[in-house]
Design a protein around this ligand. Structure first.
Ligand code: TMP
Length: 274
């Protein structure tokens, strides 16, 4: 029996994760009970662990409190970050999906873990900027905080050994990292995500300066993957201009945990007490 559009609902947690999934039954689509077993760890990254499940199309991501910067040279812990980034990514991915950009999100399982579609990651860090900051300011000599005439996009080649070098879409095609059609879709989705996020963050009193997203291939289709959190976005308080993101960790500004908690609160995320 083939799964339908993949709408999943978590029922309860008891060893296996129990879902109700929309499935084809003859000519009808019906809700069927689905059990999913968490299996061995597939991969451990800097901020997340990824687990296999007994369904080859589904992975479980588990968000850690570990924080790194400068390609892993600086290491630390941001207490509570894993749970905040999990909730925040899931809430934003659901909003993005509603606006027509497909994502890997299936179902939040608990405060740190989420079931996602298993994708083949396109090895590009896709960065969208509204305001000059960070490496853009440094590379081009533009003062941080300068509003750009229009949103801009750049690609880095996801390769830790090389330190994620900046490339362009022609490099990406020449190196067979993505096809011309995939790049077209990725750029369209990335700018769409920017518009959605700008509105959501502004409602929370935050300016979206820039962000990094990643995409994957799921049965040949490009979908949004990875995360959207204060680790991957620059967010400045609308009133004070205060930095409310991982730059507090990268630049030793202090108040790192408080900034993450503030962002979660302002977005209206329900966090379990630690
Ligand atoms: P940058 O100005 O340092 O290039 O960063 C641009 C955006 O990308 C910023 O919002 C932080 C995010 N980012 C990541 O998510 N991961 C990374 O490894 C880096 C370098 C930046």
């Amino acid at each position: 029996m083939r799964k339908g559009k993949g709408v999943f609902k978590l029922n309860k947690l008891k060893g296996a994760f129990v879902f109700f999934a929309f499935q084809n039954a003859g000519n009808d689509l019906v809700w069927r009970k689905n059990e999913m077993q968490k299996c061995e760890q597939l991969y451990e990254g800097k901020a997340k662990k990824v687990f296999l499940t007994d369904d080859p199309d589904i992975l479980i991501v588990s968000y850690k409190d570990d924080a790194t910067a400068f390609n892993g040279l600086k290491k630390g812990t941001i207490v509570g970050k894993g749970a905040i980034n999990n909730r925040m990514t899931n809430s934003l991915f659901q909003k993005i999906e509603k606006e027509g950009v497909p994502t890997h999100f299936i179902q939040e399982l608990n405060d740190r873990e989420t079931a996602v579609r298993r994708v083949e990651i396109v090895p590009l860090e896709v960065i969208v900027r509204n305001v000059a900051a960070g490496s853009f300011s440094k590379r081009l000599g533009v003062e941080e905080g300068t509003v750009l005439a229009e949103p801009t996009i750049e690609f880095s080649y996801k390769n830790d050994e090389l330190g994620d070098p900046l490339i362009n879409s022609h490099f990406a095609k020449a190196l067979k990292l993505a096809t011309a059609r995939e790049i077209e879709i990725i750029e369209k989705y990335a700018f769409q995500v920017n518009e959605i996020l700008k509105v959501e963050y502004l409602k929370a009193g935050l300016r979206l300066i820039d962000f990094k997203i990643e995409f994957g291939r799921f049965h040949g289709k490009i979908i949004l993957a990875d995360e959207i959190s204060p680790d991957t976005c620059r967010l400045w308080d609308v009133e004070s201009g205060e930095k409310m993101d991982k730059d507090r960790f990268r630049r030793d500004l202090g108040g790192v945990e408080d900034a993450y908690i503030q962002v979660a609160k302002r977005l209206g995320l329900e966090m379990e007490s630690k």
